[in-house]
Ligand binder design. Sequence first.
Ligand SMILES: *Cc1c(COP(=O)(O)O)cnc(C)c1O
Length: 451
Amino acid sequence: MTEARQLPAVGTVLERAALRALAAEWPRALVADAVRAIIADARAGQPLPDSDEAWRSAVEGRVQSRTTATLRAAINATGVVLHTNLGRAPLARAALSAVEQVASGASTLEYDVDAGARGSRHVHCAALLAELTGADDAIVVNNCAAGLVLALQALASGRETIVSRGELVEIGGSFRVPEIMAASGTTLVEVGTTNRTHVADYRTALTPRTGAIVKVHRSNFTLEGFVAEASVAELVPVAAEGNVPLLHDFGSGLMLDLSPWGLSGEPTAREAVRAGATLVMMSGDKLLGGPQAGIILGTREAIAALRRHPLARALRVDKLTLAALEATLQLYRDPARALREIPALAMLTAAVTAIRERAESLATQLGGATDLRIEDSEATVGGGAFPAARIASVALTFGGAVDALEARLRRAALPVVGTVRDGRLRLDLRSVPPDQDALLLARLRAALGPV
Ligand SMILES: *Cc1c(COP(=O)(O)O)cnc(C)c1O
């Protein structure tokens, strides 16, 4: 162990020519911090750099790791198209450009250009959402969880909310229905059993204290066998009988029928609205393919009550989100264009032959990479939608020192995230937007090259 008195002072180290150059390139305080950390490590027994060059590389490594953004772009090669940990839906070009325009200067966020006076941020997507889904009105908040909190606070706080035991679920990102509901000032009244809940169970639970009935879409798992549930349409008369709102947490935000691509069994937003719930809640960054947002569709009266509630102010979305959402929604006026230009939809509906061609082209450009194969794969939708669906896909797979390769790809400035299975690293190309192929190739070349 190095004696304390043998360790150099920070100031002395900073005088080294190599470090003076670094201090010109980076903020001096960061370079000094790095030197201090290296000396502290030496005090704990680590070897001290013993040359100018060794100091330069040790300090530069630390400064770089501190200045790399923790939130940065990545390549999602997991085959889970809407990956909650990897940021869910990538935005369409039109949405990116709307964000840039609104963010780079002043905007009409709360300004009514016709009246020349203060306007409301709530107008921005409401009419468009109504047009696209058939709802009377809409409000946009931070995410779907916030939507449920706002709806319960505004319509059922201090009263009871009836929900099926089969729907007290946990959804990605620590969203637990019972906890969110409990935090919304309403008393949970559970009905039915895990596998079976009948319309009569809800009706029996109705009391003068009932404030709402909640129906939650089981987004991320399927229940099979001896099961029964009450549909939204069946619950509409029960809610009317109790004179309480029916809240439908529908989740996925599916706007178009994707059954031609094998994704069937989930309602579209329009179908969910038509089923008759008072409010329908969904995410903006799942199948809708837009920014993180919670979209609440519903009757004029219920949406007005939500807008008036003080929590609406706390849960409101910012102008960047509204810009991205409005531009994404505009694309849905032409469904063919939405399928082409909204990356989530384009990835989910891409022909497997096109994905195979990309895989072959990447493999060819990687030349004789050892133990590289092109294999059939199965992608999933992710984001709590179509949990049982398996979408035919193609993966590049690598053998050999798989764990080291996986870590090199993952730890880079532009991380590539794949999966390791049966001793091979798999990079599924369905979840990689095709315009990232060149970046993926560059990252693979760097990771496969000499260390
Ligand atoms: C995903 C999901 C949520 C949570 O949505 P966020 O936008 O992430 O808050 C809530 N309910 C259902 C049914 C979901 O699928």
